[in-house]
Design a protein. Structure first.
Length: 251
């Protein structure tokens, strides 16, 4: 597919989703550009999880559209789905496999199904996986079992796996919620560096406002299922904080 210049990596337009008659998100619209790190903030119950499931195609919105590089996500099937990579809070690694084998899972959308089932990846796929491990600073741990790595290292392996997909968008769902402060900073610095050098867009949900201020280019704030703020991080001041969180306490 040829992407039109300046087409957003992600474009959500009027996205709404309800469960049992209760609206989880309502008329949500925002975009993520190439080389842009967007943080999504909001109190518990604001709709962040539902929004992220719609952005990754795990849920179909009741109204509105989600487009990846100009194509509606519902129309992306099979290998085209690799354009969106997800980084989870709990890493979602296979503990008994080593770091390299976990990263190779990111190549599944690029190889024949039988190769994936038998884990017979080509030399070029293995080189890509090793390059991704080097990018996240874990090349020396390539053959180490995932369950022997620290939490921060496991999340870096998960990011390397996402990079191995060769995505245009990385969706990071609270990627530092399970990490200590030092590991959290390292992971967010890594994601920000990837945004700058790899040409992807990153949209990342966070609970920690201070981390969003430190690493994001833009902040999108959800409140009661709606976009309450959408602004450059430099403009996120006390008034914006109060508008988003009200009487709720934020971390």
């Amino acid at each position: 597919m040829t992407t039109v210049a300046n087409t957003p990596r992600l474009a959500a337009q009027g996205v709404s989703k309800a469960f049992a008659g209760h609206a989880a998100i309502r008329d949500v619209s925002f975009a993520v550009a190439e080389h842009e790190f967007v943080a999504v903030l909001g109190p518990s119950g604001a709709g962040k999880t539902t929004l992220f499931r719609c952005m990754t195609g795990l849920l179909a919105p009741d109204d509105g559209t989600v487009r990846i590089d100009g194509e509606e996500i519902g129309s992306l099937h099979g290998r085209a789905r690799r354009r969106v990579a997800v980084v989870f809070q709990q890493f979602n690694l296979v503990n008994r496999l080593n770091a390299l084998e976990n990263v190779l899972a990111g190549r599944l959308g690029h190889v024949a199904a039988w190769r994936g089932w038998l884990r017979r990846f080509s030399r070029s796929d293995r080189l890509i996986a090793l390059e991704c491990l080097e990018r996240v600073g874990l090349l020396d741990q390539a053959l180490q079992r995932a369950d022997t790595l620290s939490g921060g290292q496991q999340q870096r392996v998960a990011i390397a796996r996402a990079l191995a997909q060769r995505p245009v968008l990385i969706v990071a769902d609270e990627p530092v919620a399970s990490l200590d402060p030092n590991a959290s900073v390292g992971v967010l610095e890594l994601l920000r560096g990837i945004v700058r050098t790899e040409g992807v867009g990153v949209v990342c949900s966070l609970h920690q406002v201070h981390l969003a201020r430190a690493y994001a280019d833009r902040i999108v704030g959800l409140s009661q299922g709606r976009v309450a703020i959408d602004m450059p991080t430099a403009h996120f001041d006390e008034a914006a904080f109060d508008n988003l969180y009200g009487n709720a306490s934020a971390p």
